[in-house]
Design a binder for this molecule. Structure first.
Ligand code: NAP
Length: 281
């Protein structure tokens, strides 16, 4: 069996690590803030490089581009050739290519494998995973990844997993705009919001975000979830990827400026449904 280590026990990584442990794959963990490792009955390391030396498969779920690159640089110091490194963070395709180049020098395969499905998906092991990189490495890692994801789709060369995730993030911005605006309108109309959410969820406009965040946003509860500042980071990536091909993204641009306003007001750590704050009557 592949010895598997998890780096990053945040809102997503914690649920992932628990599922890996339940399936019997997890042998090691590392988290920058050590307290979050306390519940795991596996080897706990105090640096990414110490973990990397001890496993065959390294799974990463940290915040942003620079975090992934600093973790990968640390891993590269000690990693054994033949190890597979899978990054499940949401970063740019360019970062995935840089990480791949750093690890290729050590004969280590790198997969960019961002996920969708929220903290609920991470907790339930039902994420959707979009993977770029070496197909052979994916097939070796797949039995372990199946403990995390209900759907694992191979997209092609390194960076194509992250490009697919950018598609998902642009769509998420539009859905957030649509659901927050529509429910604020419902509130302004004086409708019973629980019934609005119930009936619309069963029709053609029904969607995950409405079902999972519709009620809480109308009650003014915005516990993450998916932190608004992280989606802002993702949309900036999408915006720059789009600009490189002269493609215009008006919904993405608008959402970035709405999020920037909310972040300036101190709401960056709230769930993305906090966009409702700007729409409510
Ligand atoms: P989070 O709760 O903020 O957790 C971030 C994790 O990364 C923490 O464990 C943090 O350690 C660690 N970390 C950050 N920078 C680091 C660094 N430089 N070195 C080492 N560790 C570092 O974020 P999250 O919601 O789990 O998201 C993680 C990634 O998944 C992001 O790329 C996000 O865009 C993506 N994602 C999130 C969701 C969602 O719904 N939340 C869904 C899909 C994808 P500490 O504990 O020390 O802070």
């Amino acid at each position: 069996m592949m010895k598997t280590g998890m780096i990053g026990l945040g809102a997503m990584g914690l649920g992932m690590a628990r599922n890996l442990a339940k399936a019997g794959f997890l042998t090691a963990v590392y988290n920058r803030t050590a307290a979050k490792t306390a519940e795991f009955k596996v080897a706990v390391f105090d640096s990414p490089e110490a973990l990397a030396a001890d496993v065959d498969l390294v799974l990463i779920c940290v915040s942003a581009d620079q975090d992934v690159l600093s973790v990968v640089e640390a891993i590269a110091l000690t990693v054994k050739s033949g190890t597979i490194v899978v990054d499940m963070s949401t970063v740019s395709s360019e970062t995935a290519k840089k990480a791949d180049a750093i690890l290729a020098e050590k004969q280590v395969a790198f997969l960019d494998a961002p996920v969708s499905g929220g903290v609920e998906g991470a907790k339930n092991g039902k994420l959707a995973m979009m993977v770029g990189g070496d197909l052979e490495a994916l097939e070796k890692a797949r039995p372990v990844l199946e403990a995390l994801a209900a759907r694992i789709i191979y997209m092609g060369a390194t960076g194509s997993g992250q490009a697919t995730k950018a598609v998902n993030q642009i769509m998420g911005a539009g859905i957030n705009q649509a659901v927050t605006e529509a429910l604020a309108f419902a509130q302004a109309q004086g409708l019973a919001l629980d019934k609005v959410i119930d009936v619309i969820s069963g029709g053609a406009s029904g969607n995950w975000f409405l079902q999972h965040r519709g009620w809480t946003m109308t009650q003014g509860t915005f516990a993450p979830g998916f932190k608004l500042a992280l989606h802002h980071k993702d949309l900036k990536i999408c915006q720059s990827m789009a600009a490189q091909t002269g493609f215009s993204t008006p919904i993405t641009d608008m959402t970035i400026s709405h999020y920037a306003q909310l972040m300036a007001d101190g709401y960056g750590d709230e769930d993305i449904s906090a966009l409702y704050r700007l729409k409510k009557p």
